[in-house]
Design a protein around this ligand. Structure first.
Ligand SMILES: O=C(O)CCC(=O)C(=O)O
Ligand SMILES: [Fe+2]
Length: 206
């Protein structure tokens, strides 16, 4: 993890995104290491595909996921409670390195596996109460290059960011209040991608 090697270097962030809310490092992890970790997680994690309630109807989410963390990091969204699976060593080690590099207190990670370009995530903000008021979220991408979209809630301006294998995107400050984000379908993408969003969950805020 080169997260603390050049903490100031944020040149790869699109110019219209405020540096007070976002930072982007395309190569926080080396490419080979990131690809290897992708294969390892894809092949070994006990993936789940929960259903969520959308406008009164239950739908299986269009991707696989696993929520992992310390025992006291349960969280809720879409009227469901997710208990954390225990850490796997690779992600616990990454969480500890990120905590040191960023001065954070991540105690959980949401792991999303997009099997191909038809798997996706709709528009949302990570603004559940248990994340607190101005959460810091560290998002690591592994595997296929996918387009990530950020929409400014007031102006409607949409910015695309191509999240590379081994990249680290940090969202902090007012980012969740001011922006929504999504990972759209990309029919031409055939390879898989795994995204890790490290979070600090305070279950007492549930
Ligand atoms: O896959 C991504 O890059 C986005 C994941 C995300 O927004 C989330 O887990 O809340
Ligand atoms: Fe999100």
């Amino acid at each position: 993890m080169r997260a603390n090697a050049h903490p100031q270097n944020n040149d790869q962030l699109p110019a219209n995104l405020p540096a007070s809310m976002f930072s982007y490092q395309p190569r926080a992890l080396g490419g080979v290491k990131a690809q290897r970790l992708f294969c390892h997680l894809r092949d070994t994690l006990p993936w789940q595909q929960p259903s969520i309630l959308v406008y009164g109807k239950w739908h299986a989410i269009p991707r696989l996921q696993l929520y992992m963390g310390d025992a006291d990091s349960a969280y809720e969204y879409s009227q469901q409670r997710f208990e954390p699976a225990p850490w796997v060593p690779e992600l616990d080690a990454m969480r500890q390195r990120l905590n040191l590099a960023l001065g954070c207190h991540f105690n959980a990670v949401l792991v999303n596996y997009y099997r191909h370009g038809l798997d996706c995530m709709g528009w949302h903000s990570d603004d559940e109460p248990e994340l607190g008021l101005e959460p810091v979220i560290a998002s690591i991408s592994l595997g296929a290059l996918r387009k990530f979209k950020l929409r400014h809630k007031e102006s409607g301006e949409v910015t695309d960011l191509a999240l590379t294998n081994g990249s680290l995107l940090i969202m902090k400050g007012q980012s969740q209040r001011c922006y929504a984000h999504s990972l759209p379908k990309q029919r031409k993408v055939t390879q898989g991608r795994i995204n890790l969003t490290f979070r600090h969950i305070d279950s007492s805020l549930l």
